[in-house]
Design a protein around this ligand. Sequence first.
Ligand code: B3K
Ligand code: ZN
Length: 872
Amino acid sequence: PVTVYLKDYQPPAWHIEAVELDFDLDPDATRVRSRLHFRRAQETAPGTPLHLDGEALELLGISLDGEPLAADRYRLDEAGLEVRDLPETGLLEIETRIQPAANTELSGLYTSSGNFCTQCEAEGFRRITFYPDRPDVMACFTTTLRADKSACPVLLSNGNPVASGELEDGRHYVTWQDPFPKPCYLFALVAGDLGWIEDRFVTRSGREVDLYIYVQKHNLDKCDHAMASLKRAMKWDEAVYGREYDLDRYMIVAVDDFNMGAMENKGLNIFNSRYVLARPDTATDSDYQNIEGVIGHEYFHNWSGNRVTCRDWFQLSLKEGFTVFRDQEFSADMNSRGVQRITDVNILRTHQFREDAGPMAHPVKPDHYVAIDNFYTVTVYNKGAEVVRMLHTLLGPEAFRRGCDRYFERHDGQAVTTDDFVNALEAANGVSLRQFRCWYDQAGTPELTVERHYDPQACTFALTLRQQCPATPGQSAKQPFHIPVAMGLRDGEGRALPLRLYGEAQAVGESRVLELCQEEETFVFQDIAAEPVPVLLRGFSAPVKLNLDYRDAELALLSAHEDDPFCRWEAGQTLARRLLLTHPPEALTGELIQPLVEACRHTLDDAALDPALRALALTLPGEGYLAEFVDTIEPQQLHGAREALRRALAQALRPEWEACYQALTETGPYSPDAAAAGRRRLRNLCLNYLIACEDEAAYELALGQYRSATNMTDSLAALQALVNSDCPQREAVLEDFYSRWQADTLVVDKWLSLQATAARPDTLDRVQALTGHPAFSLANPNKVYSLLRAFAQGNPVGFHNESGAGYRFIGEQIRTLDARNPQVAARLAAAFTDWRRYNPARQAGMREQLQTMRDAPGVSRDLYEIAERSLG
Ligand code: B3K
Ligand code: ZN
């Protein structure tokens, strides 16, 4: 497999000014006629051939300016088509044949539940027709779809419909025109027998936009939340970024078979149905949240991604990091800002920090890849979002907005780089972000070590901040980063102190952002009457690991008094983490855990605190996060410790959990709003503790909740509690759930995940058995994620079973899957990349699977790259 390097980037030699596509749709043999209006780029020497990418295509014909092209004027190879001796401008017509129903990779044109749909990002368009498949080639698309009218009454593509009519043999056609030039990765078509709901949005300048959500007809009663979310997103982007929608219609289509979450195709988003469909009895509160977030994300791409796109795929974070930041802020504004931030930090620290510390570590702007689809990572997306968030923090909201305005204005209609984004922020504000650019180029998570010194005579408090970034593959030495450290100081009673730095005439507020640019800097605060408690990284202002030797009493104080929700939560988590990592499970009782018990009691009773924040504070750090703090990961040990502490807290506060549970009982109709969801979350957490007592009363409570639940959140929480307990009815309830929901594929996914993540000795056997269950299919990515990935990445004790059987099972599944869908196989293989973190026996078992994957005959580029880099 070939490696592509950023340093080799060359601008396109040929432009495509307009393209007309004509599809004769048939599941087994679709004919695609393409008319490319090409022009040689000014800098290109005459005689330079035109390269068109193509993969899995059957070429039926090719002509130039109306004449068939002689065989010696073009050459077909594995990568595509090379056309020689072209005039400066002209029209190339190409006819190809493809087989949508046989497309198991779900890249290009494929069928899902009998309907046609496409996925072109990153390099799927070349599986539809020969084309310069790179984002810096932007063209205006006109697309005609022809299909059988009864099988495909709905025919959709980008832009606006401009013509339609009947054809012979019961076929019909629709022609779509997209007035905005776009790269081919944003092309989409959908054809099939779909139902839809419609709505309308009036932009703030008074333009009317028709909104459509298309789904399989049996799902029509599950679209309202997605539509409401879309309208909120459109309004938010106008209010916060001044960005309006630009076409007459905005369409969303939900399909059951989709490799990723969703795709921002211009005017025609295609979604994994799990990010569209919701009804109170089928979707949980977090499903509702995720739908709102992903609908927002794809909508925001219309500006950050589509109107301004990426020059090449190394710039992926230009659109993804920025758009994730935008969707996180949207969700924060629609719900609870504190809860959103803690949730996002949790994802970052559990998954991205881990990636950044392993063999797949890469910068936010990578500099080489084998399969670009492997780089849709938590680093490019979530760390990329943190980088944009730091720019927001450093510049402040107004200057950040000015910079974004400048960026959209300067680059509208262009394909640009992350550097262009930073340039625009600089230019609009007259600042230099030279050193800040390190965040784009250097991989690895910096460690921020803090030393403090209080001088009672001088009444000064000095904070010395030192940064250090570990080596990552291919990058041994690192330049210091420009790190914004949002901070404050509190006195012994928890009161915030005014902050006056050395040399300042007066205090500047009680919260401020220190900028660490050197390897080490000291900040001295004046007028500090007694030793204060420092609070660092408010709002988690930088994606770094913080080392600060807090005393337990200080953490307790912050967990009771700090205003910043993240820092308050973090203080409690740190207390719990210390217990979990420094004591054997059997010691986690009595005196030792008394301070934590008291902190939990305080949180439980704190009626003034948002229930969702209380639930987060009362949740023990996850095993995945804890694993970041040990040298050798012993999954059973981490799990055992966490379970022991959970049981101890459950028993110590039994009456309190029960009282809180009862107090939060609600009877009204379901609403997914943040307040109601927060109350359910806390109540279900109480249930989760109560069931840890493993007694009849707790079982009855869970069984009662399962039977009487009127929404999926409560139903699933009860089921999960039971499945992870020794309750004798657990199997019966699981069966009941399946027989009730077997017709709803997304609910069945939850049923699979629950079993795959159950902490029970027989889980591996069960997961193996479930691969043969009618509910499972390797052909559907959601099923693979719900069962196999949930087991491999969400059940460390099961997957890392001493016997190695978990490794062998998942390895085998990956190899089978690779032949059918390399992208999904490669995602699943991520479970093995961290093999060096385990003991020698596990290392050997994991490495063996990676080697077998890498050396398998016919291994895909995607899987090869993951295995090879992991073995590195
Ligand atoms: N841009 C798409 C991801 C495409 C995946 C390519 N393998 C989804 C998103 O980030 O909005
Ligand atoms: Zn995106």
